[in-house]
Design a protein around this ligand. Structure first.
Ligand code: BTN
Length: 228
């Protein structure tokens, strides 16, 4: 099991940048900020801070080939979705949606042999960008700290399973919780869009799409999914 060592800050520009600059810290280091002034997400986007939400980054040092890191990205989504209400779904690669709206974003960076996993969860509030927050979908009270404790426990269990069993069963589990599986989607890759049906994910966590126009099977390593 990972031994978590949690450092909490009232304010940080970004928990992700903090760990990217401190990769010599031991595996299991967790940086949490109550408030982030320069949080960022994938595709160069900002991750805005809201009252009562969770911002944290985990430092992991997996002994595996670089191409397996995509598996850990999906595993993280699974570990988070698993402690959310049953209607939480995984949108490839690693967004979590509830009621069709984003509630959690995950960002992975690989630096000096260390993996930094940044997780932002809207717990008590959501920015005005169409996203949602967890409390809105729960009958009991939840706060960021309690959610963090559950998240670290869930991640440690999934991570241990991945080390012991590999990705195959986790891949199956991921597919049962995914958004738009088997449906028509459009994937934005850079400035281009590819449309087709979302067939599956492969053993490295790539999205496998059957293209509308050509019927060709396309492997997508990075992009943003939209339901058509
Ligand atoms: C995304 O959906 O684009 C990923 C968002 C990741 C946000 C988290 S909040 C904690 C950590 N620190 C950051 O600056 N970003 C990640």
């Amino acid at each position: 099991m990972v031994n978590w060592s949690i450092e909490e800050f009232d304010n940080l520009p970004s928990t992700q940048d903090y760990l990217k600059n401190n990769t010599s810290l031991p595996e299991g280091t967790v940086i949490r900020a109550i408030n982030q002034s320069a949080g960022h997400g994938r595709h160069g986007r900002k991750w805005l801070a809201g009252q009562g939400n969770l911002y944290l980054s985990l430092l992991i040092k997996p002994e595996c080939e670089l191409d397996k890191l995509g598996q850990l990205s999906l595993l993280t989504g699974l570990a988070v979705a698993n402690i959310m209400p049953d209607n939480a779904v995984l949108k490839w690669a690693n967004d979590i949606l509830i009621g069709g709206r984003k509630c959690c974003g995950i960002l992975l960076d690989h630096e000096n042999g260390a993996l930094i996993i940044g997780i932002g969860v809207n717990i008590k509030s959501a920015p005005l960008d169409g996203s949602t927050f967890l409390q809105n979908h729960m009958s009991s009270e939840i706060d960021a700290k309690t959610f963090m404790t559950k998240l670290l426990e869930s991640f440690a269990q999934y991570y241990e399973r991945w080390q012991r069993e590999g990705f195959e069963t986790l891949r199956g589990e991921w597919l049962t919780k995914t958004y738009a599986h088997g449906q028509k989607i459009s994937v934005k890759i850079g400035d281009n869009h590819v449309t087709g049906s979302f067939e599956t994910i492969d053993m490295l966590g790539n999205l496998i799409l059957i293209c509308d126009k050509t019927g060709e099977i396309k492997k997508i390593t990075s992009g943003e999914v939209f339901l058509l």
